[in-house]
Write a protein that binds this ligand. Structure first.
Ligand code: KIV
Ligand code: ZN
Length: 499
């Protein structure tokens, strides 16, 4: 019989730490429900002491989700653990995830401490967390760069103190797969009592090796993996859930099974991407737009003769349905609701009305509305509570002439107009907006993405705008790319603290 691998999802904690990916509690609950549907074993719902928002999300996710264990992160300090235990009070099955840095670099520079003192603090944190919950996971931060002999001492001590799971993070994404696999093997062979706990991996992708390291860990005895949907997370991200799930499905010989319903992978990926405004790169393994697209003549020929010549996975196994219904301006609210529910997005009442209204507007501009379009609409903030709104935008541009834009903004009910010229229509329009807003702000990142293929496609624009030392993210989607750019810029400005 295959060994069970526990899937610990940290999309809502490590993934949510990414600038611009922050979700409100309602959105987090939507993601948590999708994770439950996907079959993850543990949902790391947040870091309760870090903010009231995180605390509240852990409380609400605990109420909303039934069978996965809900986990809350803490540092190895009592106050964090008290707050996490409080946030978990409604969870049916709960875990506290506490820990401390164990590498020489962390011990010396973060804690100005010694190995012995850190070991004592680790044991004390586990014992303290055990007062509240039976299930305590301990992380050895920067384990990837921690000396194996010392790491083994820490792991042994925390298991003795009652840790049920010990997490071995490659926090900086530094390890080579062979090195990380050897580290887990060393622990499995040298720690007394290792079988009283589950060993977990938590690999970051700084050198593009997160998934390889995770699999190396599993092949050497780890039985929990910490992952995120689409691999989002700090810096270059975490190990991606979909990659691990499909590797184990494709390589049955490894003898490891997960509880993941792989047919729900694609919808979970789309949901996380649209709610977090985080585009998935087209060539992303398993869930990228091109992951199953065969474009070269030789490949197409082979695939037509026998699909297995160039395809190792069936797209249906990850929930990609080629026959997805195309919606048009004649489709009703029920068809839209149904199509969204297929992707795990359940909308009713006012929210459905708003998305339907936006859908009809889009259907006026675009003949066929596909799944990506409606997921994008469902992920947009359609509330009309924004203080600054774009009233109108007119742009003149062309080859050999300077672009000129006229903009009118509605700011708390009052209209303000301005015009400007620039290097291209977006530059001109943004300059006109700046004439009205009159704040020092700098556009730091500007990403335009077309969702599908046609010239009537919806363009999605992500921007990051710096204002007084803080960076604000803006997002908008429109069939007019200049309008989408100005709307994304305004979306970011609406988030400034202008008091
Ligand atoms: O990367 C890391 O080390 C972490 C820990 C807090 C588990 O995210
Ligand atoms: Zn991490």
């Amino acid at each position: 019989m295959a060994d069970k691998l526990f899937i610990f999802d940290t999309t809502l904690r490590d993934g949510e730490q990414v600038p611009g990916c922050q979700l409100n509690t309602v959105e987090k609950i939507e993601v948590a429900r999708a994770l439950e549907g996907l079959g993850v074993d543990v949902i790391e719902a947040g870091f309760p002491i870090s903010s009231p928002g995180d605390f509240n999300s852990v409380v609400e996710i605990s109420k909303a989700v039934t069978w996965p264990t809900i986990c809350a992160l803490t540092r190895g300090v009592q106050k964090d653990i008290d707050v996490a235990a409080d946030a978990l009070r409604f969870a049916k099955s709960k875990r506290i995830h506490t820990g401390i840095g164990t590498s020489d670099l962390h011990i010396k520079y973060k804690f100005n401490s010694t190995q012995d003192e850190i070991l004592e603090r680790a044991v004390a944190a586990v014992k303290y967390a055990k007062r509240y919950v039976e299930d305590v996971e301990f992380y050895c931060e920067d384990a990837g760069r921690t000396d194996n002999v010392y790491l083994a001492r820490v792991v042994e001590a925390v298991i003795k103190a009652g840790a049920t799971v010990v997490n071995i993070p490659d926090t900086t994404g530094y390890c080579l797969p062979s090195e990380f696999g050897d580290k887990i093997k060393f622990l499995m062979e040298n720690v007394n009592g290792i079988h009283n706990a589950v060993i977990s991996t938590h690999c970051h992708n700084d050198l593009g090796m997160a998934t390889a390291n995770t699999i190396a860990g599993v092949m050497n005895g780890a039985r929990q993996v910490e992952v995120t949907v689409n691999g989002i997370g700090e810096r270059a991200g975490n190990t991606s859930l979909e990659e691990v799930a499909m590797i184990l499905k494709c390589h049955k010989g490894l003898g490891i099974d997960t509880n993941i319903n792989t047919q729900k992978i694609y919808s979970a990926s789309r949901l996380v991407s649209s709610l977090m405004n985080m585009p998935v790169q087209p060539n992303k393994a398993v869930v990228g737009r091109n992951a199953f697209a065969h474009s070269s003549g030789i490949h197409q020929d082979g695939v037509l003769k026998n699909i297995q010549t160039y395809e190792i996975m069936n797209p249906k196994d990850v929930g990609i349905d080629d026959n997805s219904i195309v919606l048009t301006a004649r489709s009703g609210r029920a068809a839209l609701k149904h199509r969204l529910s297929v992707h795990g997005v359940d909308l009713d009442g006012e929210k459905l009305d708003k998305v339907y209204e936006a859908f009809l507007k889009l259907a006026d501009q675009k003949k066929e509305i596909n799944d990506d379009d409606i997921l994008m609409l469902a992920g947009q903030d359609l509330s009309s509570t924004q203080r600054i709104k774009l009233d109108y935008l007119q742009v003149t541009s062309g080859v050999g002439v300077k672009s000129v834009a006229s903009v009118c903004l509605n700011i708390s009910g009052e209209r303000f107009e301005a015009a400007a010229s620039g290097n291209g229509p977006v530059d001109a329009a943004i300059k006109a907006v700046k004439h009205i807003i009159k704040r020092k702000m700098t556009l730091q990142e500007f990403l335009i993405q077309a969702i599908t293929k046609g010239s009537d496609d919806v363009g999605k624009v992500h921007m990051q705008v710096e204002h007084e030392g803080c960076v604000y993210s803006g997002f908008a989607a429109n069939t007019d790319i200049v309008a989408a750019s100005v709307e994304a810029y305004i979306d970011a400005i609406n988030k400034f603290n202008l008091n």
